[in-house]
Design a protein around this ligand. Structure first.
Ligand SMILES: Cc1cc2nc3c(=O)[nH]c(=O)nc-3n(C[C@H](O)[C@H](O)[C@H](O)COP(=O)(O)OP(=O)(O)OC[C@H]3O[C@@H](n4cnc5c(N)ncnc54)[C@H](O)[C@@H]3O)c2cc1C
Length: 345
């Protein structure tokens, strides 16, 4: 029986899905498997806030790839977490104690909420909006709650603030200038943003920090260092994302806070590539690594990783800078865009 390559992709976001489709276009014979620890197929993260408010039904949250995957013979394993990689034997160890062998691997495991050091002690009181799983846990609670406290305020955080306002909720937001990691808001920007956010029905706090969060009788008392005290129903943290790469630690793959790859998206291991928001990509011009954010970035990188894994030498475009209009304030981001529709063509 002929030996077919088995290309395995860890991650079911835009990077992983576009890697899979590109691999199939170029290699009709190989086995292709996507593994995701989430229990839902590919969905639009940028639409999660609309989904919380019931502005869109679950069907509109989903990217419509499943049927075409059957036709393309791409296997999706949902609800299965990769715990460890053994490079010598080219094996993935899954949390439910199954092992999967690969001939080549693409890591597209995305990112999760970053918690800032002052919040570490209160992490179990914090809610996040980074995935469908997060949202399903808190959707009903959000609807019932009236008073909210937001720490941070990255791009997703401001989307969430807009949502809470449209739902008629009371919101206090303590903006951290480093919530936009890897960028820091300058004092000027902080002032502009505060002015711009004043159109919302929200108490805006700047240049302050958390003192404590206490839970009592189902509510939270949030105190700041400058003496502000609020009793709220839910506390959220929006301080940027950090790569989901714990499973790759001690595997021998070079890592910093993300998986380190060269401009071809190859790791230090020939058979392993990484793309999307879990990757830190070497930029030969500035001789440094940049973290990628945003949906379009992930799509392009998934495609490039797949081409190169099959022997091509495509260089990833150095991450483009553009300005994102945030409530009238221009924020410099890398390819963060409004997402319309994803297609597998
Ligand atoms: C609420 C929200 C709104 C956003 N809005 C916008 C927007 O308007 N515009 C924009 O450009 N970007 C937006 N983004 C960012 C955008 O969604 C991300 O940049 C993009 O999803 C990154 O794609 P990715 O494929 O790298 O990773 P992800 O989409 O994060 O996918 C990673 C996948 O890997 C899986 N995974 C992780 N670890 C494991 C493991 N150990 N085993 C198995 N599976 C694993 C995860 O479950 C997930 O399926 C938003 C993000 C959020 C959370």
């Amino acid at each position: 029986m002929p030996f077919n390559d088995h290309y395995v992709i860890i991650g079911n976001g835009p990077a992983g899905n576009h890697a899979a489709i590109t691999l199939r276009k170029k290699d009709k014979e190989a086995r292709i498997t996507i593994i995701s620890d989430e229990c839902v197929p590919y969905y639009y993260k940028p639409k999660l806030t609309d989904f919380i408010a019931d502005e869109i039904p679950k069907e509109d949250l989903m990217v419509d790839f499943l049927d075409s995957y059957k036709a393309k013979d791409i296997r999706i394993r949902l609800g299965q977490e990769v715990e460890r990689i053994d490079m010598e034997s080219k094996t993935l160890f899954l949390q439910h104690m199954e092992n999967i062998n690969y001939s080549k691997l693409i890591i597209a495991s995305g990112s999760r909420a970053r918690v800032l050091p002052p919040m570490f002690c209160y992490a179990n009181h914090l809610k996040f909006v980074t995935s469908y799983t997060d949202v399903m846990e808190i959707k009903e609670e959000i609807k019932k709650a009236n008073d909210f406290f937001i720490f941070g305020g990255d791009l997703v955080g401001f989307k969430f603030l807009r949502l809470l306002n449209s739902m008629g909720k009371t919101v206090t937001i303590l903006i951290y200038p480093n919530a936009f990691w890897p960028y820091n808001l300058t004092d000027d920007m902080l002032t502009q943003i505060t002015e711009s956010l004043s159109k919302f029905n929200a108490d805006i706090i700047v240049k302050d920090d958390i003192q404590s969060i206490d839970r009592q009788n189902g509510s939270y008392t949030v105190k700041t260092r400058k003496g502000i005290e609020k009793i709220v129903d839910m506390v959220f943290s929006f301080n940027g994302l950090r790569p989901n790469v714990d499973f790759a630690k001690r595997s021998g793959i070079d890592m910093d806070h993300g998986i380190l790859v060269n401009e071809y998206l190859k790791t230090n291991v020939d058979s392993i590539y990484a793309c999307g928001s879990c990757a830190q990509i070497y930029n030969p011009t500035i001789k440094s690594y940049t973290t990628s954010i945003g949906w379009p970035n992930a799509v392009v990188q998934g495609e490039v990783a797949a081409f190169n894994l099959l022997g091509d030498h495509k260089i990833i475009e150095s991450v483009g800078r553009k300005y994102f209009d945030l409530e009238g304030v221009k924020i410099k981001t890398t390819w963060w865009e409004e997402i319309e529709k994803d297609t597998d063509e």
